[in-house]
Design a protein around this ligand. Structure first.
Ligand SMILES: NC(=O)c1ccc[n+]([C@@H]2O[C@H](COP(=O)([O-])OP(=O)(O)OC[C@H]3O[C@@H](n4cnc5c(N)ncnc54)[C@H](O)[C@@H]3O)[C@@H](O)[C@H]2O)c1
Length: 130
């Protein structure tokens, strides 16, 4: 984990269940952790409980805001609407979001998000134990 020291890490969905625990661990390894979350299901208390992380309230579909974030060495992408019954009751909402992301934003993601913000992926997930 010494390799993570000084690494800049962006965690989308960092205010959620998994993101919170991940960010707690990551902030013990590097001082440069940014949580990017729209708080749709995530909790501000989670963010406050990880005071060493920088918090940005934002939506992953807002590419302009996303791409204005500081360049990261490593990105954990956890932001998602995860409630299955909600998807069953509102199928078009998740479908349209997924379509929009896949058809429009995703085309730009390799150019604007990953290439600008992600320098390299030096570690695989199993190496991050939480
Ligand atoms: N919890 C599990 O057991 C489990 C198992 C397998 C996979 N996963 C996956 O892990 C990821 C995180 O799951 P979780 O349980 O922590 O869910 P969660 O709902 O607690 O966290 C998701 C976070 O994403 C944020 N978010 C949602 N839409 C967003 C958007 N458009 N822009 C920015 N932020 C947004 C929410 O506010 C929330 O903080 C999901 O992709 C989920 O499918 C979870």
């Amino acid at each position: 984990m010494a390799q993570l020291k000084e690494s800049k890490i962006l965690v989308t969905g960092g205010a959620g269940f998994i993101g919170y625990h991940l960010c707690k661990k990551l902030t013990s390894l590097t001082p440069y952790v940014t949580i990017y979350d729209n708080l749709s299901s995530g909790k501000l208390e989670n963010v406050k409980d990880v005071p060493k992380a920088k918090f940005v309230k934002g939506d992953i579909l807002n590419l302009k805001q996303l791409c204005n974030q500081e360049k990261a060495d490593l990105i954990f992408h956890l932001a998602a609407q995860v409630v299955v019954p909600y998807s069953m009751e509102n199928p078009t909402e998740d479908f349209e979001t997924a379509q929009r992301y896949n058809r429009e934003e995703r085309k730009q993601v390799p150019k604007s998000f990953y290439s600008i913000h992600l320098r390299h992926i030096p570690y695989s997930l199993p190496q991050i134990r939480i």
